[in-house]
Design a protein around this ligand. Structure first.
Ligand SMILES: [Zn+2]
Length: 507
């Protein structure tokens, strides 16, 4: 534990009380004319202190605050420039070695260097000492040599400044990172520590298909300074908003979570609905109110369906926003981007009205809150594990919301996807980068959920439903793998599934 802890514990208690009080008062959006208050200093917050994250979780999920003592903690302060061209940031990270082997280095992923922007780091220290660093994997990874070996269960504090250049031209990486069409989308924009596992640090060159990250669940306190008129939507819950002149300061608590995401626009308007203990917010431009309502309604139905099938959604808030992108949707912890072009009711996608795609996309992204965020997985190396499950869950959404015949017609889309590669029996379990051209979408999103259906048929639907819920609960805030998925399924059906997995999943 860092020496900072003892130095700051008293001040932190005061901060905590202040933040907790603020959390109760943030339900309604506040106007820019409110009196100036100074934002709390997040860097004064004690490491290991979890109380500040309580408001981010629904009551039944707050037990996790006592269960992840070694989780990485991020404190990030961001200043967004008025023209959205760049971000200046300061980051302090508490990292604990949770492996049973000593570490002589840690890695940070610097994804903007391969997604069309530029992320540079300066003034990096580890426990106050300057360190040697080396850029690797096309500058998407930074190796940080530790001053001394980090033994199991020992912690370090990494401190750094960073600057991010924001792309203005869409083209790289599905258009998920940049400032386009009046919206700033900050996908994987800050220096983040990847998973260390039996293969070592997951710091390889990003693959061309699919999602980039493979992260452990962590805790984030983030403070954002931005022009006051911008609506900033982010992972986690907003604890406080203060305004000084033209600048607002927003403080977010996010965690446990595998990432922190932020989208901002002067043009966002919000509609909301409460499901259980969770408030769902749908953000869109005012002219796209109609489909924003479809997004809200679909996400509420998805939440009801998945809460009962997989276990309760953990957060008190769920945000969906219309963001420009080349994909249909994208998932982040507690926040999801839905393609802006689909909010135009006149838009035709693949021969169908956009509304059809809005609904299935929303259900798919909401399912990722269980399969990717709550249960993590190696997204680059085993993309089927979260994507095929999110597709399969979308079928359950139609089943639960509209009944069997709607579910059947949605499920037919899996076969149509697979048909894009003529139903080739390419394994669904390959790393994302090993699929060529249209194979990735056709196999992982088409053949993948058909395999999950086959698995359900083989196990029997009751055993399968029990298995999926147990998988979601047993590996919650942990990592699932294809191997553990298979082992648990076999346990639940008391059967050998090797032949089925060989036929569908593995080469
Ligand atoms: Zn997905």
């Amino acid at each position: 534990m860092s020496i900072r802890k003892s130095l700051t514990i008293l001040r932190s208690f005061a901060l905590l009380v202040m933040l907790s009080l603020a959390a109760c008062q943030t339900a309604a959006p506040t106007s820019t004319s409110e009196p100036y208050q100074e934002g709390p200093d997040i860097f004064d917050s004690a490491w290991g202190e979890r109380e500040v994250f309580r408001a981010n979780l629904v009551p039944s999920e707050q037990g996790v605050l006592d269960e992840l003592p070694g989780a990485t903690e991020y404190r990030i302060e961001l200043t967004i420039a008025e023209d959205f061209d760049r971000i200046h940031g300061h980051e302090a990270v508490l990292f604990t070695n949770q492996e049973d082997t000593p570490l002589d280095a840690v890695y940070f992923r610097l994804y903007p260097n391969v997604t069309g922007g530029r992320l540079t780091i300066s003034n990096m220290t580890v426990d106050g000492e300057e360190v040697e660093t080396k850029l690797e994997a096309y500058d998407s990874s930074l190796r940080v040599q530790l001053p001394e070996r980090l033994e199991p269960n020992a912690s370090i504090v990494v401190d750094l400044d960073f600057e991010v250049e924001i792309p203005r031209v869409m083209g790289d990486y599905y258009g998920l990172f940049g400032y386009f069409e009046d919206v700033m989308v900050l996908d994987t924009f800050y220096p983040m520590i990847p998973v260390y596992d039996d293969e070592g640090w997951n710091a390889a060159v990003p693959q061309i298909n699919g999602d980039l990250t493979y992260n452990d669940a962590a805790f984030y306190l983030v403070q954002v300074h931005s022009p006051a008129e911008v609506v900033v939507v982010a992972s986690g819950i907003r604890l406080q908003r203060t305004v000084a002149g033209d600048i607002q300061t927003l403080t977010f608590a996010n965690g446990p979570a595998r990432d922190f995401y932020l989208a901002a626009s002067e043009r966002f308007t919000v509609i909301s609905e409460k499901v259980g203990d969770t408030t769902i917010n749908s953000y869109a431009f005012p002219e796209w109110k109609e489909n924003s309502r479809v997004v809200l309604q679909s996400s509420a139905n998805a939440l009801r369906s998945f809460n009962s099938r997989f276990g309760t959604y953990p957060y008190s808030e769920m945000d969906l926003m219309s963001t420009p992108m080349l994909a249909l949707g994208i998932e982040y912890p507690g926040a999801m981007g839905i393609a802006l072009r689909m909010y135009d009711p006149e838009e035709i996608i693949g021969g169908l009205p956009s509304q059809v795609y809005v609904e299935s996309t929303v259900a798919h992204e909401v399912a990722h809150q269980w399969f990717y965020n709550m249960v993590g997985n190696d997204q680059p190396d085993e993309p089927w594990l979260d994507e095929a499950l999110a597709q399969y869950a979308t079928g359950l959404y139609y089943q639960d919301t509209y009944g069997s015949s709607a579910a059947e017609s949605y499920r037919a889309s899996w076969q149509s996807r697979w048909d894009r590669v003529d139903g080739a029996d390419i394994p669904i379990g390959l790393p994302a980068g090993e699929y060529e051209g249209s194979e990735y979408g056709a196999i992982v999103y088409g053949r993948g959920p058909i395999f999950i259906s086959e698995l359900a048929d083989t196990m029997g639907i009751d055993a399968f439903d029990d298995f999926i819920k147990t998988y979601a609960q047993e590996f919650k805030w942990d990592i699932g793998t294809g191997e553990t998925f298979k082992r648990l399924a076999e346990e639940k059906c008391d059967c050998d599934l090797s032949l089925l997995f060989e036929a569908w999943v593995y080469p």
